[in-house]
Write a new protein. Sequence first.
Length: 313
Amino acid sequence: MLDSPVHRNHKLPHFAESFLLMGTVVTIRVVGTAEGPARQSIGRAIAAMTEVERQCSRFDEASALRHLCRHPGELVPVPPALFHALRIACEMSALTGGVFDPTVGRPLEQMGFNRHYLTQEAVESVGAGSPHASYRDITLFEDTLSVRLQQPVMLDLGGVAKGLAVDLGAQALQDFEGFAIDAGGDVYVHGRDPSGELWDIGIEHPERPDSPIRRLRVSGMAVCTSGSYKRRSPLNPGLHHLWNPITQTSAQGLLSCTVAAPLAVLADASATAAFLLGPQQAMDFIEKLGLAGFAVTEDWRTLETASMRRYMR
């Protein structure tokens, strides 16, 4: 979460705007400009982020993702954001041996994660789907931006799409002296904050959301967190939304996992993947990707990569 302490001396002009996207409140802050130019650029950023949701949502019957899922076995042209999100998801799936897998939409529906955050209307898959399907049943054709699902599945891009949306929103803000996008557990910062300093980002405490468990000072990077405390099953509170398709249950061992990376989509996907891999593998996995990581275990130990320490206050 992005911090802007009231006691700081704000030396630079700045403007902020918030909106709802992908089930969370997104706040965009722009530094070093008047309100008029800031509003125009924030509008472009919001449009880009909203388009990612429109293409990649599992909860919108009109989304490109659900259109793809309604046509298993067929070669289906898809819009760029959906194709890019699927490519990243499949790459992360291969790196984790299938622990991270975008074909887990159906199990998530069965746990009660099937309601649109705005309308609260239930959205169900068409057909039961194959219990043996995996990311290996997704074939991507980059030359035509087309996808073939070899088996009936319901895709879920929750570990990728929000980070991608943040990155595309950031592209619309690059001309400013500084900016920040805070999308719940996904944050991207650039340049300097309104006080002329590096941006201050708090890693959320799993039990005390208003009291960060660690603070980072960064710029030109994303910090994304995945946690079991974020979304619990309305049908079984013992389960959460980070589903491990290998063990066929919610991932165990960690309460949260945070990754700092140059791109939000990379930080988002890596944090989710590392969480799913569990405490024994999480930090090694993040380090092999050349990224910085921090995690809190279920027995309240903290784990961190050496590279993460350089950002900690």
